[in-house]
Ligand binder design. Structure first.
Ligand code: ADP
Length: 158
């Protein structure tokens, strides 16, 4: 099975990475789709986010990292995937994620959204929280892959 994992990944956290590894074991093939959203100002460029993910997943097979803009279901169609993958950290994610899943299904009912529950170690992590900790000089090495931690330190020096 081939899964599409869409997201902003601004930046990739160890929570995302854990989900990718577990989904890879389950489905075999994952297309990680990095959202190019002109209306949402990203901290890291699209190219940098893609590099961060490629580096963190370099030892896994069956992973493709691509950018996309527009509708997730259209990209799912283009990539010929079987399902859309999303992560659930807590009840607070649930309402939003369910709304997106229903919307996607109303646009194209071919694609089911499959949710994986976050590993408990990483359930507190979000890209924005990591950026906030890093902006105050806090240690984020247990929250993000090493390359991302380096990039966050470099951001602070600009
Ligand atoms: P988006 O802007 O689309 O929500 P994110 O990069 O924040 O993009 O998240 C992409 C997906 O990864 C979402 O399904 C989100 O719930 C999930 N996710 C975010 N943080 C974690 C985490 N710590 N552990 C597992 N899944 C996560």
């Amino acid at each position: 099975m081939k899964a599409l994992y869409p997201g902003s990944f601004d930046p990739l956290t160890l929570g995302h990475l854990d989900l990718i590894k577990r989904a890879n074991d389950l489905f075999g093939e994952i297309v990680i789709a990095v959202l190019e959203n002109p209306s949402k100002k990203a901290t890291f460029t699209l190219e940098r986010r893609i590099e961060q993910i490629k580096h963190a997943t370099r030892e896994l097979s069956g992973i493709k990292v691509l950018s996309f803009k527009g509708l997730t279901v259209e990209f799912a169609e283009q990539q010929n995937v079987d399902l859309i993958l999303r992560g659930l950290r807590a009840m607070s994610d649930f309402e939003y994620e369910l709304q997106i899943a229903h919307t996607n299904r109303s646009l194209n009912n071919k694609f089911e959204t499959v949710f994986l529950a976050t590993d408990t170690h990483h359930s507190f992590l979000s890209s924005s929280l990591v950026k906030e900790v890093a902006s105050f000089g806090g240690n984020v090495s247990h929250m993000v892959p090493s390359k991302v931690a380096e990039d966050l330190v470099n951001l602070n020096m600009i």
